[in-house]
Write a protein that binds this ligand. Sequence first.
Ligand SMILES: [Zn+2]
Ligand SMILES: [Zn+2]
Length: 176
Amino acid sequence: MPTGSACVGEEAQHVSIVPARDQDPGKGTDARHRRRRDAGLGGDALMGWSVGYDSNWNRDIGYGVPAYCDHPGCGEVIDRGLSYVCGGAPYGGEHGCGLFFCSAHRRMAGDARNGVQLCTRCRYGKPSTHAATADHPRWMRHKLDDASWKAWRAENPQLVEAIRDQLRATARELVQ
Ligand SMILES: [Zn+2]
Ligand SMILES: [Zn+2]
């Protein structure tokens, strides 16, 4: 399981998604990340990415990002890696919405959609997707505290403030 701490390291600054198999193995990854890919996600085709940014949903994605399942009210802690994405590909690929779901909230698509894993909305052709859940507090704190996000914090003071607000709101919810 990702801890949201040291594991995102240098890659936290990356803003695009590059499937691992398309990367030059000598560049942009260190041995720790490669080991994690090999151990964590298995399979050749779906190797995963550590931390990227989804500009469709405006949030951080990748297996380095701890997160809640996007099914309303679920609360299962997963990560935003390829293992959990609706559509089985970055941004959801051709058939999915690109949100992230625990095993209880994913379904296998039929042959017409290449058997990819989909959320229940996409699987059964509902006209709208689920809403994205808020980031996991552990991830929000990581962005506020970790040295690897220092440059990002300096460039995005409003986003930093938004995270602080959200964390405060989350804390209030827990109290109530
Ligand atoms: Zn979906
Ligand atoms: Zn779930």
